[in-house]
Design a protein. Structure first.
Length: 143
């Protein structure tokens, strides 16, 4: 019987649903932020002005940070590859800068660019983490 690699420590089953939720949410955020400058005048007339609220944005970034770190650190413990975390961290930095850094937040274009890039990086990190977990499970943990 072959010994498992040093990074393949026994952990509870992966939670791919969290990566799917994280990827979907982050990519929808990126689409939202990219499209926002184009439809900013339309949202209030549709009753969707809450999507423009700073508190909503801050809440979303908090949720994306917590979900991202939980899911990707858990995934790293399974597969031992840092690539997904290397995308998550700059993505979250871009999101936090877009929400908290006043000069960036005050400019609609720069804010949209920062949030779009951040959301895209976080979404891609979740997708990559899911693929790494699936590859790890297929090659290492099949009975």
């Amino acid at each position: 019987m072959a010994a498992s690699p040093p990074h393949a420590t026994p952990h509870p089953p992966a939670t791919p649903i969290l990566d799917r939720i994280g990827a979907t949410g982050s990519l929808l955020c990126a689409v939202h932020c990219a499209a926002l400058p184009l439809i900013i005048a339309l949202l209030p007339s549709l009753g969707l002005a809450a999507w423009l609220d700073d508190d909503f944005e801050l809440g979303f970034v908090l949720f994306a940070s917590a979900l991202g770190f939980y899911s990707l650190i858990r995934g790293y413990r399974r597969h031992g590859v840092l690539r997904a975390l290397r995308l998550l961290v700059p993505g979250l930095v871009a999101l936090w800068l877009g929400v908290l850094y006043a000069p960036l937040h005050a400019s609609p274009l720069l804010h949209a660019v920062s949030m779009t890039i951040g959301g895209t990086l976080v979404g891609v990190a979740h997708v990559l983490n899911l693929r790494l977990q699936n590859r790890h499970d297929a090659t290492c943990c099949t009975p």
